[in-house]
Design a protein around this ligand. Structure first.
Ligand code: 16G
Ligand code: MG
Length: 557
């Protein structure tokens, strides 16, 4: 039996009075259970009003606890328009810490009458002083549901007496940037969208101004804005690029539906161009996702064949460029590339054996890569799906800064140091950022005088295939070694190992998805036929050993 409603009410502390009243306007549907997953809460927008209100409450507590500004972003990224979601941003612009993800789940799932007790529980566990001031920055994407949902977040903040600043329509990485600027007393930049454009565009112009033989053709880039917030923000920024980059923007949201047959996720998964864009053979194109924290490049060749340059190719381009600059600058800084198990085997091989940089593999999910990248002077991290950025340690930034200001060095070192300095400024170090990554990639290609075909030719991807298998409970699959090996159910890893042996240059792994109720299967091999066959063999093993539901996986061909 739960405590009767009225007896709880008598013990309401004054600080909770407003929460008690306001929460009635954002009621939780009884019995609904949602989890703060890899990238926050994400589901159909109709189920999210109470979640948003409660995340406003939680962000306020987190702000009191950290004595810093916290961010709340309302978006469901690459999901369909009908969905929405919410992510919390910690003081330095990073994803909220895991303990608080747990609190988010608890608070989200507390039944209406238990909400105050759930709040009190967090306050006690974290020893939060309720008299401490709180500041919360809120942003939203272009979904039609985002307006009222972000209002629910703002209601949550004010119900606990917190201050909020509503940034309105911003990309996810812009909100992360604002939070970081605010908490570094603007050392990272000015906490406004204008400040963001100014920082990035100035750095981009500095980087490209000496890219001597850059023709107008080379300055042209086709951008697929996924009919989302990224498109709006590219439009806003464009004029500040001073014609150093000519953008043809498609899927700008004026007609098409958000993420529908367009955007980075569509292009990566379908391995084909988005609809709604005009592509000329050999021309560089890129796609953002729905909240502009991912980017993917591609082109079609003269035979009409589609070529995808994913996060692995981006990481390789960036780390090659940085390594060359470090050598030219005579700076001894350790550079590492952080990937996940999804990184194409060819990219890992190239990075380790040809470029000789340190390569780390982490579990899927931005926070894991971000964390690992923080361990190096320079950590380049990218998921194959196009989410990534570069982190510079404090010491690395200082060394670059000092060298750039040193007047006793030769011209080559000076040039490299200045390029490094502007490279640091064009990068959004708080989180992967499609706009910032785009400017960085465009600058590198201009500086190196490189075409997209030359970039693509750095290494050739191994053919690969991703499949999903439905099982009755995906939690039966437990993995280790950064998700590259399954430890349960019994016999599954042995089965995968023996299947992999049937193909050349083959690799395969399985993991439970963090965002969908499926088990994901990845396979790569020397040929597409082998990769497809291996993916199917492994899917079958999952189906048989991990409680598959529905029909058995069928051959792809
Ligand atoms: C989320 C993650 C992304 C990851 C994906 C995996 C963030 C911000 N986003 O979108 O990094 O690649 O989930 O999805 O962390 P899956 O678990 O369904 O394969
Ligand atoms: Mg996204």
């Amino acid at each position: 039996m739960t405590t009767p409603h009225c007896s709880r009410k008598q013990t309401i502390m004054p600080q909770f009075k407003e929460v008690s009243t306001q929460s009635g306007l954002h009621p939780k549907p009884a019995g609904l259970v949602l989890q703060y997953g890899t990238a926050g809460f994400r589901t159909n927008a109709k189920q999210l009003d109470h979640i948003m209100f409660r995340m406003g409450l939680l962000a306020t507590l987190r702000s009191k606890k950290t004595k810093a500004t916290i961010g709340v972003m309302v978006t469901a990224s690459h999901n369909p328009e009908e969905d929405n979601g919410v992510k919390l941003v910690d003081p330095m612009g990073e994803m909220v810490t895991p303990t608080w993800e747990g609190y988010a789940t608890q608070l989200a799932n507390a039944e209406q009458e238990d909400l105050l007790a759930a709040l009190q529980d967090i306050i006690e566990k974290e020893a939060i002083h309720m008299s401490q001031e709180a500041n919360v920055f809120v942003g939203k994407d272009t979904r039609s549901s985002s307006a009222s949902l972000s209002q629910a977040v703002l209601d949550g903040v004010s119900a606990l007496g917190g201050h909020s600043k509503d940034y309105g329509l911003v990309t996810t990485p812009q909100l992360h940037y604002m939070v970081c600027c605010q908490n570094t007393q603007c050392k990272y930049g000015e906490a406004t969208v204008e400040g963001y454009y100014k920082k990035l565009c100035q750095a981009f112009i500095q980087l490209t101004k000496n890219a001597s033989n850059c023709t107008d053709d080379q300055k042209h880039l086709t951008v697929d804005g996924a009919n989302g917030i990224g498109a709006l923000k590219v439009r806003e920024m464009e004029s500040q690029l001073k014609k150093e980059l000519h953008i043809s923007l498609f899927n700008d949201g004026s007609e098409g539906k958000l993420n529908h047959q367009c955007g980075a996720d569509f292009v990566k998964v379908q391995q084909k161009p988005p609809t709604g864009i005009k592509m000329n053979p050999g021309e560089r194109c890129c796609s953002f996702d729905g909240d502009a924290d991912r980017i993917i490049y591609y082109y079609t060749d003269s035979e009409g064949k589609f070529h995808l340059l994913d996060g692995d190719k981006i990481a390789t381009l960036i780390s090659t460029y940085l390594k060359e600059l470090l050598t030219q600058a005579g700076l001894d800084l350790e550079i590492a590339v952080v990937q996940t198990a999804y990184a194409n085997g060819s990219s890992t091989n190239y990075l380790e054996n040809t470029m000789k940089v340190i390569v780390r593999c982490t579990k899927t999910g931005v926070k894991h890569l971000h964390h690992a990248a923080q361990e190096f002077d320079i950590g380049v991290y990218f998921e194959a799906n196009g989410h990534g950025t570069v982190l510079f340690s404090k010491a690395a930034e200082e060394k670059i800064q000092q060298l750039a200001e040193n007047s006793n060095i030769n011209d080559e070192r000076k040039r490299a140091a200045l390029l490094l300095q502007n490279t640091v400024n064009v990068i959004n170090q708080t989180v992967g950022d499609a706009i910032s990554d785009m400017l960085l990639i465009e600058a590198i290609l201009a500086i190196k005088g490189m075409t997209i075909q030359q970039w693509d030719a750095i290494y050739s991807d191994l053919p690969n295939r991703q499949l999903k298998v439905k099982v009755s409970d995906r939690r039966v699959i437990d993995t280790t070694d950064a998700e590259r090996r399954a430890v349960s159910p019994a016999g599954l890893q042995e089965a995968i190992d023996s299947l992999v042996k049937n193909y050349r240059e083959a690799r395969s792994f399985v993991r439970p998805s963090g965002t969908e109720d499926v088990v994901r299967v990845y396979a790569e091999a020397e040929t597409q036929e082998s990769a497809d066959a291996l993916a199917r063999d492994v899917s079958l093993a999952v189906y048989r050993l991990a409680g598959g539901v529905g029909g058995e996986p069928k051959p792809l061909h």
